[in-house]
Each structure stands twice: as structure tokens, then as C-alpha cells.
Design a protein around this ligand. Structure first.
Ligand code: MRU
Length: 357
């Protein structure tokens, strides 16, 4: 389905009532095409998450929440207990799609808890309550993005070059993004900013998605290869680095797209502040440090046959971790919807997030 040109693009949305469907922008097609997918089975939702048609930690969480509604629709005529069991089964299934972004598990836990604790009697009523919860997750995410934008923009001086890695924009969330929300807000406040977008090998989220979003919103952006980040810093083009995160441990260690660790080391070497921007749904306070964050390994063909062309010898050994972890000690501040955690310590994380993180 082609996206209606008159409406602002929403990466994740629900169409209709509880018998409706999940609509996603297929991010694998951008920037060449903007097409929406209409997903009506939980298998289609699983595939969309796995194949990065929907990607970015908060957007994955929103899509999974709606995916539970899609998956539960098949059991409307079952007894109540069987319907609740189906919800748990769908949550377990979707949890297998990708391992690193904790927003996925956070959203699924919330949906599972609603079904488990509900006093409503019929599957139809339960399904509507699940849809209300998924809608709330989407709305809250949009509000969190706006608050992150406000808190983060206050950190940025005028006339600044900002480097970002991967895509932490509107496509990756239900709202304006996390890292990019800060840039959109700073630009809206009239600050003169220039963004350097790492292309983000191997799947090029920076080249395909971040530049596209910034250009659509008229924020000045320059695309660079990942290997150029250090030199751009050395040349004085970059005064701050801001990225999103997929999971943040209790001590502030932050997992994000592979390459973020290198960028953080480069920033440290050049005395440039490195910020993470993420909502509280991205924190996993059950993990003491980033050592315990599961890192997704993806198909070697993403490296050897990127975008349909073979670029390495047949049979070459490949290592393809999709994420890395930036130690808290390398992070100047974590910008959340509740404020900025700085310095990044276990005490400060817990003080800002309380027990809700
Ligand atoms: O593999 P992806 O594209 O889902 O990885 C996404 C990222 O690493 C983002 O930076 C992160 O999820 C933050 S999105 C606001």
C-alpha cells in the first residue's frame, strides 16, 4: 500500500478497531520507496521485525505490542482461558524475533501482564483492552520522544556539528525519534546545527534512513562512511556525538548499533562529548552491566552480499554482530524523557528512573 502523501509518515500504526491490522512503513525500501505494509498475521509481524522492515528499539516495541493484538484475533471464539494462553504464546513467539532491543520484551511483558491480570470476561473485551494497551505504548513513546528532544536540545550550543550513527529518528520510534528528536528540536529552536550521518555498515541505516529523515525536515546533513568519523572529528567538524540505544544496563553501559563503540572511543580521543538518547523503556535494570546484554548476530550475507551484490569471496569467514556496547565511562550523559543522567553511574540511573526503569 502506498503511503498517503497528505499524512505525516508514521512508522507504526494501527488501522481500525480491534478487528483491524498493523500498518508499518517498510523501512527496507527507503529512500527509494515509501510503502506501507498491512500486517494481518503474527507470522507477518515476526518476519517484519526479523527482517528490519520495522526497526529501532522503540518502534520494535510498538510493533510487537500491536502484533500481540494481531496474534490474539485468531482466538476470539475460544474459551477465555484459551484466549489468555494464546496471548502468552504470541508473546513468546514474538520475543524470538530479535534479542537485543529490550523495548521488545518490555512491550511484550506489558501486554502479557494486561491479559493475565484483566478482570474482563470475554475474549472480545480482552482483545479491546490489549489494543488500548498497545495504543498507550505508542502514545507514550511519542511523548517520550518529545521530552527527550527538549532535554537534549538544552545541552547543545549554537553553531554545532553533531555526529550520529545508525538511525534513531522517527522511523525508529512512534514519534520524532530519540537522538534525532534532539536535532529536530534544536533546529526548531533556531540553533545552527549540521549533522554528520555515519552510513552504518552493513545495513546502511544512516545512509538510507537518517539522511532521508533529516533532509525531509530541512536539517542540514552530510553523509560520511563509518571510517571517516575520526577524521571528521580531527578536522573540527564535530562538537558532539548523539546516538540512540537498544538496551541500557543499570550502570549505564549502552548497547547500540555496531560501530557505536568505535565512535565513542573516537569522541573520547578528541575530547568530544558522547551522548546517548533513549526512553526509560530502553533501560534494563535487571542487568548490572553491559557485559550481560545479548548481542544479536545476523546473517553473514548482509556483509558478503549487501543489497544484492557479492562483495567478498565465496566461503569467506564472516563475523556479523549487529550491536556493540559503549561503557558508561565513555558517555557524557544519557538523555531520557525524565531528564539527563550525568555523570552516568548506577546511582544516577536509579535516582532518575526509580523502580520504573
Ligand atoms: O538493527 P536496528 O536498525 O534495529 O538498530 C537500531 C539502532 O541501533 C538504533 O540506534 C536504536 O535502536 C535506537 S532507535 C531510537
Amino acid at each position: 500500500m502506498n503511503s498517503p502523501a497528505s499524512q505525516p509518515l508514521r512508522s507504526v500504526r494501527w488501522s481500525g478497531d480491534a478487528s483491524g491490522s498493523l500498518i508499518l512503513v517498510d523501512q527496507t525500501l527507503i529512500p527509494l520507496e515509501t510503502r506501507e505494509l498491512d500486517l494481518r498475521t503474527v507470522e507477518e509481524v515476526w518476519e517484519a521485525i526479523k527482517m528490519l522492515r520495522v526497526r529501532g528499539a522503540p518502534a520494535i516495541g510498538c510493533a510487537a505490542a500491536y502484533g500481540v493484538v494481531v496474534g490474539a484475533q485468531t482466538h476470539l471464539n475460544s474459551p477465555r482461558d484459551a484466549f489468555v494462553a494464546r496471548v502468552a504464546e504470541v508473546c513468546d513467539y514474538l520475543a524470538e524475533s530479535r534479542p537485543t532491543a529490550v523495548n521488545l520484551f518490555w512491550a511484550l511483558d506489558r501486554m502479557r501482564a494486561v491479559a493475565g491480570a484483566s478482570s474482563l470476561e470475554t475474549p472480545q473485551e480482552l482483545l479491546e483492552e490489549l489494543l488500548d494497551t498497545a495504543r498507550a505504548i505508542e502514545t507514550e513513546d511519542r511523548e517520550m520522544c518529545a521530552a527527550i528532544g527538549r532535554h537534549g536540545a538544552a545541552l547543545l550550543p549554537d553553531n554545532i556539528g553533531i555526529l550520529t550513527h545508525c538511525n534513531a529518528g522517527g522511523l525508529a520510534t512512534a514519534g520524532d525519534g530519540t537522538a534525532l528528536a534532539i536535532m529536530f528540536e534544536a533546529a526548531a529552536q533556531g540553533k545552527n546545527i549540521h549533522v554528520y550521518a555515519d552510513e552504518t555498515r552493513p545495513l546502511l541505516q544512516g545512509a538510507r534512513l537518517t539522511t532521508w529523515e533529516l533532509m525531509q525536515r530541512n536539517v542540514p546533513v552530510t553523509l560520511i562512511c563509518d571510517s571517516m568519523a575520526g577524521w571528521a572529528m580531527k578536522e573540527g567538524r564535530v562538537q558532539a556525538v548523539i546516538t540512540g540505544a537498544d538496551r541500557i544496563a543499570a550502570n549505564g553501559d549502552s548497547a547500540n548499533k555496531i560501530g557505536t563503540y568505535s565512535v565513542a572511543l573516537l569522541a573520547k580521543a578528541h575530547g568530544i562529548p558522547f551522548y546517548i538518547a533513549a526512553p526509560s523503556s530502553t533501560f534494563d535494570l535487571s542487568l548490572e552491566t553491559g557485559e550481560d546484554i545479548p548481542i544479536e548476530e545476523r546473517n553473514p550475507e548482509e556483509i558478503t552480499h549487501g543489497f544484492g551484490r557479492q562483495t567478498a569471496p565465496t566461503g569467506v569467514a564472516v563475523y556479523n554482530p549487529a550491536f556493540d556496547v559503549v561503557p558508561a565511562s565513555h558517555i557524557q550523559g544519557i538523555v531520557t524523557e525524565k531528564g539527563v543522567i550525568s555523570p552516568v553511574t548506577t546511582e544516577n540511573v536509579r535516582a532518575l528512573l526509580g523502580s520504573n526503569g
